[in-house]
Write a protein that binds this ligand. Structure first.
Ligand code: COA
Length: 186
C-alpha cells in the first residue's frame, strides 16, 4: 500500500527497510512505550521474514516517511470486521509536532474506505491500545481523534524488567470517525 498526503507518506515496508526497522525494534528507548524497555532483541533475519510474510496479504507493516525520511512505522491486521492497528513515530524529532494526529487520521480513513480491504473485510470499527502511562497518546486518541476508551487492563503484562504494566483499550466506529474527523481537521 502507499498513501501520500502533503509531506507524509505511508507505504508498505520492503526488504530494504529491514535494517531500519530492526534498529528501531531493538532500541529500548523506542520500544519502551510498547513495554519492551530493553528492545525486542530480534535478529535481522526475523525482521526480513516478517516483511516477506506480509507480501500480498491484507495485514501490512508500513514505513512512515516525512519529508522523504523514514521516521516511524505502523502495522495493521483484521478480525471480525475490526481493524487492529499500531503505530510509532520512532524519530523523537518528529513527535509532538502534530504528525501523529495526522498519520492516525490518514490511516483510519484508508482502513475504512480502501476498496480492496473492505471488499474482503468490511471494516466497522478500529480497536487499539496504549500503555496507561502514555498520557500523550491518550490525549491524542481521546481529544484529537475522538476515540472511546473501552477498557483498562490493569497489570495485565509483565515487562522485561519484571514490572507489571497496564493498558488502555480504545475503539472508534466508522460513523464516529467520519463525524469527528473532517477534512478540515487533517
Ligand atoms: C503517540 C504519538 C503517535 C502521538 O503523535 P505526536 O505527533 O507526537 O502527537 P501530536 O503532536 O499530534 O499531539 C500531541 C498532543 O499531546 C499533547 N501532549 C504532549 N505531551 C503530553 C503529555 N505528557 N500528556 C498529555 N498530553 C500531552 C500535546 O500538547 C498535543 O496536544 P494539543 O495539540 O492538544 O496541544 C507519537 O508521539 C508516538 O508515536 N510516540 C512514540 C510511540 C508511541 O507512544 N506510540 C503509540 C503507542 S499506542
Amino acid at each position: 500500500m502507499r498513501i501520500e498526503k502533503d509531506n507524509i507518506v505511508i507505504r508498505s515496508a520492503t526488504i530494504d527497510d529491514a535494517e531500519q526497522l530492526n534498529r528501531w525494534w531493538n532500541d529500548g528507548n523506542v520500544m519502551e512505550h510498547a513495554s519492551f524497555p530493553n528492545g525486542l532483541g530480534e535478529p535481522l533475519e526475523d525482521t526480513i521474514e516478517n516483511i516477506k510474510s506480509r507480501e500480498g496479504k491484507l495485514n501490512q507493516l508500513c514505513i512512515i516517511e516525512i519529508d522523504g525520511k523514514p521516521v516511524g512505522e505502523l502495522s495493521y491486521g483484521f478480525k471480525d470486521n475490526t481493524a487492529y492497528p499500531g503505530w510509532k513515530i520512532c524519530d523523537v524529532n518528529y513527535q509532538n509536532k502534530g504528525y501523529g494526529t495526522k498519520i492516525i487520521r490518514i490511516l483510519f480513513e484508508y482502513l475504512f474506505t480502501d476498496e480492496v480491504i473492505n471488499s474482503k473485510v468490511p471494516v466497522e470499527r478500529i480497536v487499539w491500545d496504549t500503555m496507561l502511562e502514555n498520557r500523550r497518546a491518550q490525549h491524542v486518541y481521546e481529544r484529537k481523534i475522538g476515540a472511546r476508551k473501552i477498557k483498562i487492563q490493569e497489570n495485565s503484562w509483565k515487562d522485561q524488567l519484571g514490572n507489571l504494566r497496564s493498558f488502555v483499550e480504545y475503539e472508534i466506529t466508522r460513523e464516529e470517525f467520519f463525524n469527528k474527523n473532517t477534512s478540515i481537521d487533517s
